[in-house]
Design a protein around this ligand. Structure first.
Ligand code: FES
Length: 441
């Protein structure tokens, strides 16, 4: 049974898609109806109620370092341009011509003084201002000035270089939306001795035939999907990334935790676990190419105690910022929902400013080893997401269980909900935000 949906009138009794159930009954802290992942009608509603109502990550300032640099991004399915204009300011504009709606920029990145629409040649500068129309005798004098410029999301803001936009002018400010997630982003930014990072090492892209909400933030799967990698870490526990994974961080006996930070932001929390082994990790770092200088520069910049804290996660807070950003491994990751059954993932390896080149090279090699196209990790994740999507087509008992650890999770002193590393506290955190945005309650 389907009902026509008016996106302006949220009601918990509203029925969307093929399940026949009200939206509010599709999800709980214990289970999620598989139509939430498979039904295109629900996906279409998500684009309206989630991606146009909350802050969406657009890109990092370091991706557009020079005047005229631009990147094409999306807010849900809506095309936007992030561009550094002729005055050095970063703008986010809708990639939609004021004439008949064609995109005005079609290559995913570049440097330009103008965006010229290929359809009829209207031309915009890097502030979005319409500066020229072709065959202008067909328009009244002053036409360009009256038309103004490319439309903009009503809200654009950044957190320490991470640029976000929101299509709802009534949304809460970015800092309120991010909440404690901002503190976790600091673990990436301040792992650089200058407090600056660069996303200029390129991007590796992948897509999988599965829903966007399947991506990551799952401490339960690691010992199974990545069993061979985990075995490699344990057999080679004094080298590289393995030094940080010593003592099985994915055991429920470990100091690692899952956290629901609120607003759908979630964390696989390795902080305590890594700090317990910080001296061992620093020993590894000092022995790595460029590592000795890095450690000394970090101590000089932050003082020993804070520097240790800043280095402990190796720039990997393992953070999910709802709905489309993750900061995991050595990368910043954007999830682009394409349809209910297809998702594009963009992975940007992060380089630290002010460190020896060899250290950034090591970071890049580490990224490639787990997240590259022929790596040991990411392809297995994509495969398992596709298997989940396939299985969820079965409609007899169509429920997905997310109850692991519900009975033992607690509210921590900082107000976050905390569970053991294998608990589905993170899945519940994401789905709580989903329910709030989709049903208004
Ligand atoms: Fe852009 Fe006509 S649609 S110039």
């Amino acid at each position: 049974m389907n009902e026509q949906v008016n996106s302006g009138e949220l009601a918990s009794a509203e029925v969307v898609g093929q399940s026949g159930l009200p939206l509010s009954e599709l999800v709980s802290d214990r289970r999620v109806h598989s139509s939430v992942y498979t039904d295109q009608a629900i996906f279409d509603l998500e684009m309206d109620r989630i991606f146009t109502k909350t802050w969406v990550y657009i890109g990092h300032e370091s991706e557009v370092p020079k005047k005229g640099d631009f990147r094409l991004r999306k807010i849900g399915r809506q095309p936007v341009i992030m561009v550094r204009d002729k005055d050095g300011k970063i703008n986010v504009m809708m990639n939609r011509c004021l004439h008949r709606g064609a995109i005005v920029a079609e290559v995913e990145a570049g440097n330009t003084k103008f965006f010229r629409c290929w359809y009829h040649g209207w031309t915009y500068d890097t502030t979005g201002k319409l500066v020229q129309v072709t065959a202008d005798e067909g328009y009244e004098p002053g036409f360009c000035e009256k038309k103004g410029g490319l439309a903009r999301p009503p809200l654009v803001d950044d957190y320490r270089g991470f640029v976000f936009a929101c299509l709802d002018e009534n949304a809460a400010p970015l800092d309120k939306h991010l909440g404690q997630a901002a503190d976790l982003l600091n673990y990436l930014i301040d792992a650089s001795p200058t407090g600056k990072i660069r996303l200029d090492a390129g991007v590796n892209k992948t897509s999988y035939r599965g829903n966007w909400k399947l991506v990551g933030m799952d401490g339960y799967h690691v010992n199974y999907v990545h069993a061979s990698v985990v075995q490699g870490w344990s057999e080679n526990s004094d080298s590289g990334i393995a030094a940080m994974h010593k003592n099985d961080p994915f055991s429920d006996e470990a100091l690692t935790r899952t956290r629901d930070l609120g607003n759908g932001h979630v964390l696989l929390d390795f902080r305590e676990h890594r700090m317990a082994a910080i001296d061992k990790y620093l020993e590894f770092l000092r022995g790595a190419p460029g590592g000795e200088k890095y450690v000394e520069d970090m101590i000089a910049a932050y003082g020993e105690e804070q520097a240790k804290k800043n280095m402990s996660l190796a720039g990997d807070p393992h953070l999910g910022v709802f709905p489309n950003l993750q900061v995991i491994g050595n990368q910043v990751r954007i999830m682009n929902p394409i349809s209910a059954g297809e998702t594009e993932v963009l992975m940007f390896p992060v380089m630290f400013e002010g460190v020896p080149d060899e250290l950034n090279t090591l970071r890049l090699r580490q990224h490639e080893s787990f997240y590259g196209p022929s790596s040991a990790g990411s392809p297995d994740d994509a495969e398992i997401f596709e298997r989940a999507q396939q299985g969820m087509r079965a409609t007899v008992n169509p429920w997905v269980d997310i109850s692991r650890g519900l009975h033992r999770e607690e509210v921590d002193a900082d107000g976050t909900i905390v569970g053991k590393i294998s608990d589905e506290t993170t899945q519940r955190g994401q789905i709580r935000a989903w329910r709030k945005l989709m049903t208004g309650g």
